[in-house]
Design a protein around this ligand. Structure first.
Ligand code: DGL
Length: 229
């Protein structure tokens, strides 16, 4: 079964690549809606509309499973899509606050995501259920999305080494306050952010673990494929 992925831009490629590592050979399609990026600050009804356009395109390309490879679009649109397209299997992504809360020793967890994700029902329910005993420092990092879109499909690999220090500064400005506040887990709650992971790891080195749910989502897709064939 062909698996379709969409995101507001290049971020969802991190989920696609995690899936391709796990299930090489399974046919995939990817839609980067970069012309409407960012989704993070858009009203929910607009994100629903854009997500439906992306979904229809993937269905036209023969996809039987749609991966909403965007935390913001999952928050706003996955419930709507599941009701509107009951014959289609949808997989979404949400910030990994549950494992972060369970593993945190300091009791302080930093979450980087968009405003849309933080305002969504999914995030708030998960947080209320699994992170009630930790302090969650919710941080909007829209400038990371802008930087990743500028990098394009190649991500950091396409960036001349001389340009890395500026980008590291952008990352450090956002993450250092979380580390200074005692966070020992940093959750990448937006699919664009793993593109900057080497820089995020560098800033966090020895102080906090970086968590990205892409591999868990890939395993979830594999499980669903297994059941549907
Ligand atoms: N990649 C999207 C996510 O996971 C957000 C980027 C955007 O704001 O468009 O939330």
């Amino acid at each position: 079964m062909k698996v379709g992925f969409f995101d507001s831009g290049f971020g969802g490629l991190n989920v696609l690549r995690a899936f391709q590592r796990l299930c090489p050979g399974v046919p995939t399609e990817y839609i980067a809606d970069s012309k409407n990026c960012p989704y993070g600050n858009k009203p929910a009804d607009e994100i629903i509309r854009l997500s439906e356009v992306n979904t229809k395109k993937l269905l036209c390309r023969g996809c039987g499973i749609i991966v909403v490879a965007c935390n913001t679009a999952t928050a706003a649109a996955i419930d709507y899509l599941r009701v509107k397209y009951p014959g289609v299997l949808f997989v979404g992504i949400e910030p990994a606050i549950k494992p972060a809360a369970l593993k945190s020793k300091s009791g302080i967890v930093g979450v980087l995501a968009t405003a849309g994700t933080f305002n969504g029902r999914l995030y708030n329910e998960t947080k209320a259920r699994f992170a009630k005993n930790v302090t969650v420092l919710a941080t909007v990092a829209d400038e990371f999305v802008t930087e990743v879109e500028k990098l394009g499909e190649q991500g950091l690999e396409g960036l001349p080494a001389a340009k890395l220090p500026r980008l590291e500064q952008v990352v450090r400005r956002r993450i250092e306050p979380l580390l200074s506040a005692g966070a020992d887990k940093i959750v990448l709650g937006c699919t664009h952010f793993p593109t900057l992971r080497p820089l995020i790891e560098k800033v966090c080195a020895g102080r906090a673990e970086v968590l990205d749910p892409s591999d868990a989502v890939a395993r979830q897709i594999r499980k669903i494929i297994g059941k549907s064939v």
